[in-house]
Design a binder for this molecule. Structure first.
Ligand code: ZN
Ligand code: ZN
Length: 241
């Protein structure tokens, strides 16, 4: 399976990742990618960077090592209302965003109805492009509702390769992702494969995710980041232009 752009990666800036932007871009180029999204943890993640980092991204050239960089953020979904930890004035400056629930940042009930609402409200945000790792039984959600809402709002759902790794903290990712893929197939919802790399070596490694894509007999045309151009055209911010 050919994936042209990895849509979810972190550099040293995120505080618990281990490579520089230069190392990440070079690794992506070596692995044959055409593009790389660098999605640093937004400011509420302990140890990550501040709002000025995201505001200043205009100074960074978007071509490096012969590939295209999309610079953005992995936002924290904070509560049932789907509030995020960067304002829309900053989100509008970014190339791409992933919005995820993280244990240290989420303040709210953790039952299925509340978490599903949190994702729904985040998807209604005109600057949320991708929902990151909605696959963790510690934050249970209703995949029928998620897949339908994602289709309706033009939000992409992520199959996160790191969630499937033996060293993950996330629970029941395998069975949750299979349920999600089944629902995305049913509603024609677009997905992305993201590695969630915190070190350059793991960029473009989708080995666990690909196994589930095969098992679910998932349609290739719904894997949006198989093509860099298709991914860019699918971002909500691109559709607004
Ligand atoms: Zn995350
Ligand atoms: Zn991440």
């Amino acid at each position: 399976m050919k994936i042209e752009i990895d849509t979810h990666t972190h550099t040293l800036v995120s505080g618990h990742a281990y490579s520089t932007l230069k190392e990440m871009a070079e690794s992506a180029a070596e692995k044959g990618l055409k593009g790389l999204a660098v999605t640093e943890h937004a400011p509420d993640m302990p140890g990550s960077t501040n709002v000025f980092y995201f505001q200043n991204l205009r100074v960074v050239p978007r071509k490096r090592a012969g590939i295209e960089l999309l610079l953005g953020a992995e936002l924290n979904i904070l509560n049932e209302a789907g509030e995020l930890d960067l304002p829309e004035s900053v989100l509008s400056l970014l190339d791409i965003t992933v919005a995820s629930i993280h244990r240290p940042c989420y303040k709210g009930e953790r039952d299925k109805v509340t978490i599903t609402n949190a994702y729904i409200h985040a998807m209604e945000n005109p600057y949320v492009d991708i929902i990151g790792h909605p696959d963790d039984s510690r934050f249970p959600s209703d995949y029928e509702i998620l897949a339908k809402k994602a289709k309706e709002t033009g939000t992409l759902l992520e199959v996160n390769n790191s969630s499937l790794s033996p060293v993950t903290f996330r629970e029941n990712a395998r069975e949750n992702i299979l349920k999600m893929l089944f629902c995305c197939k049913k509603y024609g919802t677009g997905i992305v494969l993201g590695t969630d790399s915190h070190v350059d070596e793991t960029i473009a490694d989708y080995s666990y995710a690909e196994e589930l894509i095969r098992e679910a007999d998932f349609p290739k045309e719904l894997i949006v980041n198989a093509s860099l151009e298709k991914l860019k055209a699918s971002l909500k911010r691109a559709k607004k232009l």
